[in-house]
Design a protein around this ligand. Structure first.
Ligand code: ASP
Ligand code: MG
Length: 462
């Protein structure tokens, strides 16, 4: 909501949704760049503003937005009422500027809903037990929305963002990138921590914990958007859901490290103590008791990292420390790789085919990341998007596809078409259905979890 016209358009959307018969609680974030502007303003009067005062200031961005939204709705003849986070009992801990929600009181909202009013709540803010205004960290309005949806046992929590949904990858790099019809919480969490910025990662964690179905829609176009849910049958058949990348990585290698217990512990304890976030780590095979340890950090932390590492290197008797600030990372994410072998091979082949050297690899159960030359990150994203056919409708791809040598797979075959037809009916699921499904699943859960875990426990195939 960058300007009055956008606010009026949002009000129209809200009223339309209300007329469909839903009871609505609308969480609003600050207008446009309001939060950034407030932060800049604070810095002009104090280089290191006090976190309590910062929260006092930042909360005003959302407070403006809720009042204006309620006014716009009322101007169109509908009844609405705005509330701040503290007014509706969003209770947080007292960590200013990065508070966590510890409880939500819903009485005031329920009362307003019962009176037929549309409730507009300020996102991003709450109140600590000491009755101080707190904020939840950047993008925190998403968290407010999920927490309220959970507390009110809402049918679903819909986000209206300036994207068409969760995309297979960044459409600025791959114009054919598609909006995903559905994605699991776990995949979304990987995407969020690996660089997709559509949703605040903590809000996805919260939704997963309380099984709140999420829907990401466009605030600008009328598109289906993406549903984020727990795993459902069939979702594992899609091998790779999305591709993310990071361009701001740096690599540090500690050379000639004695290969004995306690060395890595010492090195990484020192980094942790300096509050440095390490990402991918590899240790070479040791030769005559000596090895090398390489890891990545954010590029903007390289200077500080080197300082810290040089001290630690001297203590542990390492020979040298080298760094490379021209690296990036590309990752593929999909729960399908848990049950299909060959996904890693296909990824590495695609990179090889594009002449891209892999410098480091890290994996989780549902993602594979490769550290590569920063200059090749864009090419890597393109190559992988194409290799896993993410520009097509969600194709169910099995072994034959993974084994097909790069450059030789046949595209547009009959099998694919069939699965496309199947999928398009399957995708007619709405938020309502999603929430119903997840309720049913919750019921079935007791006897589902055990067997699912066991079969998964046999190991990641990849
Ligand atoms: N206005 C806050 C921010 O910009 C919260 C949000 O947008 O979700 O981070
Ligand atoms: Mg904002």
């Amino acid at each position: 909501m960058a300007n009055p016209d956008r606010i009026k358009a949002v009000a129209d959307g809200i009223i339309a949704r209300r007329k469909e018969g839903h009871q609505l609680v609308v969480v609003v974030s600050a207008m446009g760049d309001a939060t950034d502007d407030l932060i800049a303003l604070a810095k002009q009067v104090n280089a290191k503003p006090d976190p309590r005062e910062m929260d006092m200031l930042l909360a005003t961005g959302e407070q403006q937005a809720i009042a204006l939204t309620a006014m716009a709705i009322k101007a169109k003849g509908c009844d609405a009422v705005s509330f701040t986070g503290p007014q509706v009992g969003i209770i947080t801990d007292s960590r200013h500027t990065k508070a966590r929600i510890i409880g939500v009181r819903t009485a005031r909202i329920r009362k307003a809903l019962a009176a037929g009013r549309i409730v507009i709540v300020a996102g991003f803010q709450g109140e600590s037990k000491g009755e101080e205004i707190t904020t939840l960290g950047r993008g925190g309005s998403d968290l407010t929305a999920v927490a309220l949806a959970a507390a009110l046992k809402a049918e679903a929590c819909e986000f209206y963002k300036d994207v068409r949904g969760i995309m297979t990858t960044d459409p600025r790099i791959v114009p054919e990138a598609r909006s995903l019809p559905v994605i699991t919480y776990d995949e979304m969490l990987e995407m969020a921590s690996l660089g997709s910025q559509v949703l605040n990662a903590r809000s996805v964690e919260y939704a997963k914990r309380f099984r709140v179905p999420l829907v990401v829609k466009s605030s600008l176009e009328d598109v289906k958007g993406t549903i984020i849910v727990s795993e459902e049958e069939g979702m594992e058949k899609v091998l790779v859901r999305g591709i993310t990348y990071a361009k701001n990585e740096a690599k540090v290698t500690v050379l000639g490290v004695p290969d004995k217990p306690g060395i890595a512990a010492e090195l990484f304890r020192t980094l942790a103590a300096a509050d440095l976030n390490v990402d991918v780590i590899i240790q070479d095979v040791s030769e005559s008791g000596i090895t090398n340890i390489t890891f990545t950090v954010g590029r903007d932390e390289l200077a500080r990292t080197l300082e810290v590492v040089k001290g630690a290197a001297a203590r542990i008797g390492a020979e040298d420390v080298q760094s490379d600030e021209n690296v990036g990372k590309v990752s593929i994410i999909g729960i399908g790789m848990r049950s299909h072998s060959g996904v890693a091979a296909a990824m590495f082949e695609a990179l090889a085919h594009a002449g891209i050297n892999i410098e480091m690899i890290s994996t989780s159960e549902i993602k594979i990341s490769c550290v590569i030359d920063r200059a090749r990150v864009v090419d890597a994203v393109k190559a992988l998007h194409h290799r896993f056919r993410l520009e097509e409708d969600q194709v169910e791809l099995g072994k034959p596809f993974l084994l097909a040598p790069e450059g030789q797979e046949r595209r547009g075959g009959g099998r694919k078409r069939k699965s496309m037809a199947r999928k398009s009916t399957a995708r007619k699921s709405t938020a309502r259905k999603a929430s119903k499904r997840s309720r049913n699943r919750a019921r079935k859960r007791s006897f589902r979890v055990g067997s699912a875990r066991r079969s998964r426990g046999r190991g990641r195939k990849r």
